[in-house]
Write a protein that binds this ligand. Structure first.
Ligand SMILES: [Zn+2]
Length: 409
């Protein structure tokens, strides 16, 4: 299985300059190639091949106006052409209906929020014995290695994000040999997960999981910085400063969210032999009024993590169809009594009389639809059946237990 590992990099001033040059050259090569293809298209000429574009880059280096392309690693420029090819391939595939619709490749701008260059094995980059990342025509850059790479990667991508931070990112091949011990019998071995609007996730055992405090705090800070930015006069230097602060707060929210997703997915995979989720088909849902909350909650990236960890640790992972009517069916007796408006959180089943909690009922139905053996009684809202608190569980505002502390990975 392929996994991406990213690490923070701390280039010094000359290295920052060299990286800025690499980002710039890579962008120019991309835009020149895109222009060549667009010009050919409007003139009714055949599609310009990658080999032809590659020749044009070599020729451009000999001209006065593009001579500076020689100051960066040739591999970076070649990779930029490959990126353009990928963008075209995806676009053509989307026209043929092989993937969701997307626009034609677009010109890159120096104002793009994310800048990236890629070095392959041909570029002879390496990790030095001192633990620096040695990049051709840039130098030995200091890296904070937060975890060990499971195998030696062949390619490294260097990224500068909107907050001005640098990262090196590797794709590495990992085996499936890191199987966790089997889940202990006292923990529910199989679990259904419903991703809700009132909570981040609800488990079929009745646990309701909210975003942790560190994520909520980061989100609050982002809102504050956004408000400050909106009050600054356009074109002022204070506005520029405020914009950088917003970008930084954005990055912190993204980091906190990723951390939360990692912690929660690891916990769920560690404690269960099998997990079942509802397929979100986020693209379809995103068009509805739920769009904002879906994107904020980042469910799709959470599900991706959950799935790859399940594969990696030999756990079962089930995605049930998005049209499974999980909130229309009573998890106790199985009767389907139709859709209920979103504001109905609790109802009584007309057939069996069970009083059901909307979210937990859905989570139990998800587990059942995936064929998991889960106890259905958790979905019932009765004093004697209030879900047992799991370790470190606290109490949420609405009186439902909430996991507040999740052990780190
Ligand atoms: Zn019922």
């Amino acid at each position: 299985m392929q996994l991406r590992y990213s690490f923070r990099m701390y280039p010094n001033d000359p290295q920052r300059l060299a990286l800025a040059r690499a980002f710039g050259c890579s962008r120019v090569v991309y835009n020149d190639a895109l222009r060549a293809r667009e010009t050919a298209r409007t003139a009714g000429l055949p599609f310009v091949t990658s080999a032809e574009l590659s020749k044009q880059v070599t020729a451009a280096k000999k001209t006065e106006e593009r001579a500076w392309l020689g100051e960066v690693s040739a591999v970076v420029l070649q990779q930029s052409l490959r990126d353009l090819d990928t963008a075209y391939r995806n676009f053509f595939d989307s026209l043929k209906g092989k993937r969701p619709r997307m626009g034609a490749p677009r010109f890159k701008s120096r104002k793009d929020i994310r800048q990236a260059v890629r070095f392959t094995a041909n570029a002879r980059w390496k990790i030095t014995t001192g633990g620096d990342l040695s990049l051709p025509k840039i130098g030995d850059v200091r890296v904070k290695w937060s975890r060990t790479l499971p195998s030696t990667p062949s390619t490294v991508t260097v990224v500068k994000d909107a907050a001005g931070r640098y990262f090196c990112s590797f794709v590495v091949e990992t085996g499936q040999d890191e199987t966790l011990p089997k889940a202990t019998p006292e923990v529910a071995g199989q679990v259904g997960i419903d991703l809700g609007l009132t909570h981040f996730a609800i488990l079929s055992d009745g646990t309701k999981i909210d975003s942790p405090r560190f994520l909520r705090r980061a989100e609050k800070k982002l809102k504050r910085e956004q408000r400050r930015l909106s009050r600054k006069t356009k074109g002022s230097s204070n506005r520029t400063k405020a914009r950088i602060k917003v970008a930084r707060a954005h990055a912190q929210v993204a980091d906190a969210r990723r951390e939360f997703h990692h912690q929660l997915s690891t916990k769920l995979i560690r404690e269960n032999q099998a997990v079942a989720v509802e397929d979100l088909a986020v693209k379809g849902l995103a068009r509805t009024r739920m769009a904002k909350s879906i994107h904020d909650a980042g469910w799709s990236s959470f599900l991706t993590m959950l799935e790859y960890k399940a594969v990696r640790y030999g756990r079962g992972f089930h995605r049930i169809g998005r049209f499974e009517p999980t909130s229309q069916v009573c998890s106790q007796c199985g009767i389907k009594d139709g859709p209920k408006p979103l504001n109905i959180r609790v109802w009584e089943c007309r057939a069996c009389g069970a009083v059901l909690d909307r979210d937990i009922n859905a989570a139990v139905n998800v587990a059942k639809a995936a064929g998991l053996a889960v106890s259905a009684c958790r979905a019932r809202v009765r004093p004697e059946l209030v879900p047992a608190q799991r370790e470190e569980a606290g109490t949420h505002r609405d009186g439902q237990p909430t996991v507040v502390g999740i052990p780190s990975i």
